[in-house]
Design a protein around this ligand. Structure first.
Ligand SMILES: Nc1nc2c(ncn2[C@@H]2O[C@H](COP(=O)(O)OP(=O)(O)O)[C@@H](O)[C@H]2O)c(=O)[nH]1
Ligand SMILES: [Mg+2]
Length: 688
């Protein structure tokens, strides 16, 4: 039995732009609380959080890591995440495990790309947020202006609960404390601002406060926590993680004020009702309500899976309801067979501390169960069979490389490793191109894929890379009719089938639909599936340049059959060529993937970058200068034009620029591009 209860737990995710000091902060919190007796550091590779080989080599975080801190009888589970925009998927995956997202801001650099995205994503998931302004020791800071800018960008509900004082050598609490000076504001003013905000949620308290009564901690806790839940308050705290300033105050604030699993907002779990596969009825998805209560059935969500060199596969989970021990027999989703959990752990970076029991609200890990995958739900009651988390939205990775093994015969091993990496990283995809048989890997940016290649190399697998083929699509833009008569008479039995059909464009993303409008048995019912098969054959092969057709409605309208010679194969061929006939008349177009790009460059390179993008058929959405001399440009561009963007950006900015891209939508290519691509296409000889 752990020494703490569900109400004692605080789960906090640290997220923020690379270099703002999250990992240093995590190490400082571990040390200041007395949870560890030596202070880890990213600088000498002794960090508790950045412990993986690749992280030590690069000097920054690459994976999320789970830490725990004991502070004043409270158990704080802290998740540190990498800050590169390429690796944001790591942080997103951990969001369902926490009550609070603490966004760390570099006091000097101010609001950066990841700051903004983290604030937006956490809000969209209804997760309480806090802001930690770190590096308050640096010279020439404009902290007052930064607080203003945070309020202008993210809302007036971002309010300090402590302020730096003594030139950044300490911080002074201003929630319960009402007097004193800070480096840029008075404590009295900051205190009034935060209380005004909180008492809005509690009429009783408001009345007393307006009457001149100072609320104490007991009176403030509930409205403070509620205000965080409702995004009515985003507390701001200040730290210097390097020197340890503001760390105990941060731990105190988390322990005292931040939501516990019993208080925080519920996670969006869903379950199916009615119907069910067996009854052939559509199922209805409804919200599943649960309670962070150790005495109810187990509901745990696996948010991370890693492979540890010593213990093998490690599945990290958050218990939302119930509890488990090593003896627990659990189910994975719909599986009928139960699994004994075996050894359970609490994680401290790379250290696994054996745990006898893990309770509601806590984060734990289980080793060596191959069947468990990321996003699985573990439970111990068949009533929870269909409970699952509403899927998280991850950016769709569009930065691609085609990889071929340097050593012959490594294909299989590479596939196995890529599958493992994909399971650990929701923004990494890999596939084998149907047409070229190339293995294509996709990530959010160059750094992301470079890290994947390093990982392969560390496992003894080397590959050559080149840009992959672009995944074009084809579609039609007009209605048209098509016809084909398939007739073969060779010696004995013949083949006969004739099909008339109509094609219509559908909305982008609507997919393919096949309907049968044949009346009076012109094509006997048993041959309709063959016609559809033929149509689908062409759907795969494409009609202009060999890319799959999409967003088309096909209606079979008429046909002819022969009592003896009509066969499935005849109707399959007739369907395919009638469809081809119709597509060619339906003003077909080639669609290309358009990506959104977020490019960070030194301010003086902004003009060069936007000019270059315009030449690449790009569209600039916004450009903004950030404090610290960097500019952020948002744009969309055809993927085909920006496949080599990494090296181009590097040459324009001398290596000081970075970018991320993700799929936005498909769009028709301009006619000259379509002609070029179609001209390169040599369809395989037709064997009609
Ligand atoms: N001066 C100063 N440097 C800091 C502070 N916190 C972190 N750093 C340094 O900033 C760099 C990046 O820190 P790290 O913790 O790896 O940042 P992360 O990418 O957010 O995890 C390291 O060199 C740290 O030593 C701080 O409060 N003040
Ligand atoms: Mg880090």
């Amino acid at each position: 039995m752990p020494s703490y209860t569900t109400g004692d737990i605080r789960n906090v995710l640290l997220v923020g732009h690379g270099g703002c000091g999250k990992t240093t902060l995590a190490d400082a919190m571990l040390f200041a609380s007395g949870t560890v007796t030596r202070k880890g550091s990213v600088l000498d590779g002794s960090s508790f959080s950045d412990f993986e080989k690749e992280e030590k080599e690069h000097g920054h975080s690459i994976y999320s890591s789970i830490l725990h801190i004991d502070h004043q009888g409270k158990r704080i589970n802290l998740i540190d995440t990498p800050g590169s925009p390429d690796l944001l998927g790591q942080a997103i995956a951990c969001l369902p495990a926490v009550e609070t997202v603490a966004v760390v801001v570099n006091a000097q650099a101010g609001i950066e790309v990841v700051t903004r995205r983290a604030m937006e994503i956490a809000k969209s998931l209804n997760l309480p947020r806090a802001i930690i302004i770190n590096k308050i020791d640096l010279p020439e800071l404009k902290l007052e202006a930064l607080v203003k800018q945070l309020q202008e960008t993210f809302g007036g509900e971002c309010l300090p609960i402590n302020l730096p004082s003594g030139k950044g050598k300490t911080v002074t609490e201003c929630l319960l404390n009402n007097a004193g000076e800070s480096d840029f504001d008075t404590i009295r003013r900051a205190h009034a601002a935060i209380l005004d905000q909180i008492v809005e949620l509690d009429e009783n308290l408001m009345e007393k406060y307006l009457g001149g009564e100072e609320p104490n901690y007991a009176a403030l806790h509930a409205p403070f926590e509620m205000a965080m839940d409702q995004s009515h308050l985003v507390p701001i705290l200040f730290t210097d993680a390097k020197a340890g300033v503001g760390i105990t105050e941060l731990l105190d604030a988390i322990a005292k004020h931040f939501p516990s699993p019993e208080e925080g907002n519920p996670r969006p779990f869903l379950s199916y009702h009615g119907g069910g596969a067996t009854e052939g009825q559509p199922q209805e998805e409804t919200e599943f309500t649960y309670k962070a209560d150790a005495n109810k059935p187990l509901l745990a969500h696996v948010f991370k899976v890693t492979t540890d060199p010593f213990v093998g596969k490690l599945a990290v989970f958050r218990i939302h309801q119930g509890k488990c021990t090593g003896q627990s027999q659990i189910y994975l989703g719909h599986n009928k067979k139960s699994i004994k959990l075996g050894h359970l752990f609490h994680l401290q970076g790379k250290e696994h501390r054996e745990a006898t029991e893990i309770i509601a609200g806590d984060i734990g890990a289980v080793a060596k169960i191959e069947e468990i995958h990321t996003n699985d739900v573990l439970h111990d009651d068949h009533a929870l069979d269909s409970v699952h988390l509403r899927p998280l939205t991850f950016p769709t990775p569009m930065y691609g490389l085609a990889v071929t093994p340097k050593a012959r015969g490594d294909e299989q091993k590479i596939s196995v490793q890529l599958a493992k990496i994909a399971e650990e990283d929701p923004t990494f995809h890999w596939s084998t191109d149907r047409q070229t048989h190339e293995v294509v890997i996709n990530g959010l940016g160059e750094l992301h894929l470079r890290l994947v290649l390093e990982k392969l190399k560390n496992r003894g697998l080397q590959v050559d890379t080149k840009p992959p083929k672009i995944a074009y699509r084809e579609t039609i833009t007009a209605k048209a009719d098509g016809h084909h008569r398939h007739k073969k008479q060779t010696g004995g039995a013949g083949q006969f089938g004739e099909v008339f059909l109509r094609v219509e464009p559908r909305e982008r993303g609507a997919g393919f639909e096949f309907i049968n409008e044949v009346f009076g048995g012109a094509i006997p019912g048993q041959f309709i599936p063959a016609v559809e098969k033929g149509v689908r054959d062409l759907l795969e092969q494409g009609a202009i340049a060999g890319y799959p057709l999409q967003d088309i409605l096909v209606a079979v309208t008429d046909g002819k059959h022969h009592p003896v010679d009509s066969k499935e194969v005849a109707f399959r061929a007739a369907g395919k060529y009638a469809f081809k006939d119709a597509v060619q008349k339906a003003k077909p177009v080639l669609l290309e993937p358009i990506v959104t790009m977020e490019i960070t460059v030194p301010e003086d390179k902004m003009g060069a970058i936007t000019g270059d993008l315009s030449g690449k058929r790009g569209r600039i959405i916004s450009s903004e200068v950030m404090p610290g001399g960097m500019a952020v440009i948002k744009a969309t561009a055809p993927l085909a034009e920006v496949m080599q963007y990494q090296s181009q950006l590097k040459s324009v900015t001398g290596g000081q620029g970075s970018f991320v891209m993700e799929l936005d939508h498909y769009e028709a290519t301009p006619p000259h591009v379509q002609q070029q691509i179609a001209a390169q296409y040599k369809p395989k000889a037709e064997e009609e």
